[in-house]
Design a protein around this ligand. Structure first.
Ligand code: AHR
Length: 345
């Protein structure tokens, strides 16, 4: 090598590059950008705003082309967005379904188009679980159980609970109710006096509480279980305007653990918030990258015994964990002051 004149070495290298076309192109132009369609439920709560930021931020960090569609809490908008992602030939579709049912047809269309699907945050009710690769999200039933346990462990005497439910048909509304009821079933001193929908919105939570306070039952309750912080905060406002002392006259537990809930706990107006972590972006895109890496294996890899399962997994039929859980905890007034400065959303 030492004896080969420099000019000859250059000629040999140039000839190699002429044969291998990728040699002439800068690396960035050869790597195809990953395109992901993401259908978000809407922006009904502080939780949703934090979730959207997390997804957008994680995509940007990884240089992913994210097509983000806000469904404005309507299933028909989300279905439209999913179909448009098929037309756009995205590499993968991720979405948070506003309600559990009614997805089978569009998921079959996506499968036919060969596009893998990842569910985030909320689940779907479909007969064929191969219609999606995996579901990353919280255990909503456990959140309901945790809310009830706080009442069991931190109150005495008869508790007449007003329940503010989330969006009708949403998996988190269904499961948070189920988990809560399962725990109070063993504690007859705790009863749900009345249960109403508040759609996960602060304004609706206030409106529903205002109306409830005018009914005879509204004079006879001493606890509120709200399926999210936003509805609890709206209801707290209504209680204060009606001359009640939320957090004292009425014990209140809600779900999410957004910063505004910590502020309400520091002010003594909310008793407890059960965490539902919205920061799913990094975890989502780790899985997106794993799924796409498996999917882009060369076609003849299917002949290889070891690689075949990876391809099947990518298409939703294999061994990707069907359910990816999120770590969460419970916060109450005893830790609110100490932790409020650490809350990011
Ligand atoms: O799906 C998660 C739930 O939806 C959050 O608890 C709520 O705030 C949001 O609207």
């Amino acid at each position: 090598m030492k004896n080969i004149p420099f000019a000859i070495l250059c000629i040999v290298l140039a000839a190699c590059c002429a044969i291998l076309p990728s040699c002439n192109k800068p690396a960035e132009t050869t790597a195809k950008k990953i395109t992901i369609g993401f259908s978000q439920i809407g922006s009904e709560s502080d939780w949703s705003a934090a979730n959207s930021l997390s997804v957008k931020g994680a995509a940007e960090k990884r240089g992913i082309d994210l097509r983000f569609a806000d469904g404005q809490q309507k299933q028909e908008n989300q279905i439209k967005a999913l179909r448009s992602f098929i037309d756009q030939k995205v590499d993968l579709i991720a979405f948070s379904p506003v309600v559990e049912t009614g997805w089978q047809t569009v998921l079959e269309e996506i499968k036919k188009a060969g596009i893998p699907v990842i569910l985030t945050d909320r689940g779907v009710d479909v007969t064929d679980s191969s219609l999606y690769v995996t579901f990353i999200g919280s255990d909503f039933t456990e959140e309901g159980r945790r809310a009830a346990k706080w009442f069991v462990e931190n109150t005495k005497g008869d508790l007449k609970v007003f329940e503010l439910r989330g969006t009708p048909g949403a998996s988190c509304a269904v499961d948070r109710k189920t988990g809560f009821e399962a725990v109070i079933a063993d504690h007859p001193r705790i009863k749900i006096l009345k249960s109403q929908d508040g759609n996960f919105e602060r304004g609706k939570g206030k409106e529903v509480m205002e109306a409830f306070l005018k009914t005879p039952e509204g004079k006879d309750f001493n606890a509120l279980y709200a399926h999210n912080d936003d509805m609890a905060l709206g209801a707290i406002q209504a209680m204060k305007e009606a001359g009640l002392k939320p957090g004292k006259d009425i014990k209140i537990v809600s779900v999410d653990a957004v910063k505004a809930a910590f502020e309400a706990m520091v002010d003594g107006e909310l008793n407890c918030t059960v965490e539902c972590n919205p920061q799913l972006g990094p975890q989502l895109f780790d899985i997106v990258e794993a799924v796409l890496a498996a999917k882009t294996l060369p076609a003849d890899a299917t002949k290889h015994k070891l690689l075949k399962p990876a391809i099947l997994e990518a298409l939703g039929g294999g061994a990707f964990e069907k359910r990816v859980m999120v770590h969460e905890v419970v916060y109450d007034q005893s830790v609110a002051k100490e932790l409020i400065g650490t809350r990011k959303y």
